[in-house]
Design a protein around this ligand. Sequence first.
Ligand SMILES: [Zn+2]
Length: 115
Amino acid sequence: MATRIGRRLRQRVAIMKQENVLGHMNDGVEHGFCICNDRGKLIAGRETSGDHYNVSVDMNCPAGKPIGIFHTHPGGVPEPSSTDIKSARQHGVEHLCIGVPEKGVIKCHRVSRKA
Ligand SMILES: [Zn+2]
């Protein structure tokens, strides 16, 4: 189960999205990057893209350690899929942020450690 979390993380991810992704968010392809915590500062990992709803995110942080994953759901809903939650648990990250490019919506969720 994933529950909605804070505005601060959402805002920070929106900024990272702008920094990382330059105008190709509406191409129908899923884009993603890991969210890294570098001594309290949130930074983005390398952006990757993939098939619709199937992007594998590069979990190597430029600095700090991965705490979450941001990816887009092109034309979809900003809620994490069961695959997203499973993959977040596999990577051992706590946060999932989903963006819907067309609507400019970003929602962040905290992934519970229980099944
Ligand atoms: Zn997803």
